[in-house]
Design a protein. Structure first.
Length: 280
């Protein structure tokens, strides 16, 4: 029988093998297992697959696989059965562990709540009630610790009328949300580079007539020739598009803004000095 897990068609043992369901090998670290679960839980979250009923079954398989492999004792026992029984390891394991036993002590509740707060999706209670009925409340999930309870996002929850296809976030995305989105789904939003601001001092004659001005951009170790417009005044800003910091993930480069200060000539300084003395 074929089953689609993470876009791969697999046979036999893979059908109910926890490692294959998460797309990791038997030597995977605890972090790799958690990262794989986050991405798959985000991929198959029911709010993002309202037109794909099969996603619910995949989500349940992913939940179960993570609950087992994230627990050192259950994982060790499953690995032993895997060596002894091969493709029958899953059925042997399920003869020993009930659904309640499998989820006992799991931190799935924390992960799904983080996802809900970050992306405006339904949280743990609603998902498990939909998948497992009211009986899930008997499961003894891991109590939230400092890290999981420290996520406070000011993001609107998506209502039932909103579509959950494509990117779940639109508009400005905070740095923390960008980080979580990358952790859960591998998606990296484009981030524009920051602008650079600097001040340049121009001779009054250059400011009056305009012309080229040699400028050294220290932050990028670049020499530039800036075209000064004729009639430039003090405090005027000159914008050089795309000369700011580089963007990330395909985001555009920032701009360079040069604030003009005009240096008076010696003759003008002498005239100003004389004028000031006369007023005293």
């Amino acid at each position: 029988m074929l089953r689609d897990v993470r876009g791969l068609w697999i046979f036999g043992m893979s059908q109910n093998d926890y490692y294959h369901i998460l797309g990791v090998d038997q030597q995977a670290s605890a972090k790799q297992i958690k990262d794989a679960y986050r991405k798959l839980a985000f991929q198959y979250h029911p709010d993002r697959n309202d037109k794909n009923p099969a996603a619910a079954e995949k989500m349940k398989s992913v939940n179960e696989a993570y609950a087992v492999l994230s627990n050192p004792d259950k994982r060790r026992e499953y690995d032993t059965l895997r060596q002894q029984f091969g493709s029958s390891a899953y059925s042997q394991f399920r003869q020993t562990y009930s659904e309640q036993d499998i989820f006992s002590g799991s931190d799935i509740n924390q992960i799904l709540e983080q996802m809900a707060r970050a992306f405006g999706l339904r949280g743990f209670d609603e998902i498990f009630k939909e998948f497992y009925g009211q009986g899930y409340r008997r499961y003894e999930f891991r109590k939230p610790g400092f890290f999981s309870s420290s996520y406070f996002f000011k993001m609107p929850r998506q209502n039932d009328n909103m579509k959950h296809s494509g990117h779940p976030l639109q508009g400005t995305v905070s740095k923390l949300t960008r980080f979580l989105l990358k952790q859960f789904s591998g998606i990296e939003f484009p981030e524009d580079g920051t602008d650079i601001h600097d001040t340049v001092w121009l001779d009054s004659e250059l400011a009056r007539r305009g012309g080229p001005y040699a400028y050294y951009l220290r932050r990028k170790n670049k020499k530039l020739v800036v075209k000064i417009p004729a009639g430039t005044r003090s405090d005027q800003k000159i914008r050089l598009a795309g000369m700011g910091e580089d963007g990330k993930g395909g985001g555009r480069k920032g701009d360079l803004y040069l604030k003009v200060r005009i240096r008076k000539s010696l003759l003008q300084q002498a005239k100003d000095f004389i004028s000031k003395r006369r007023k005293q």
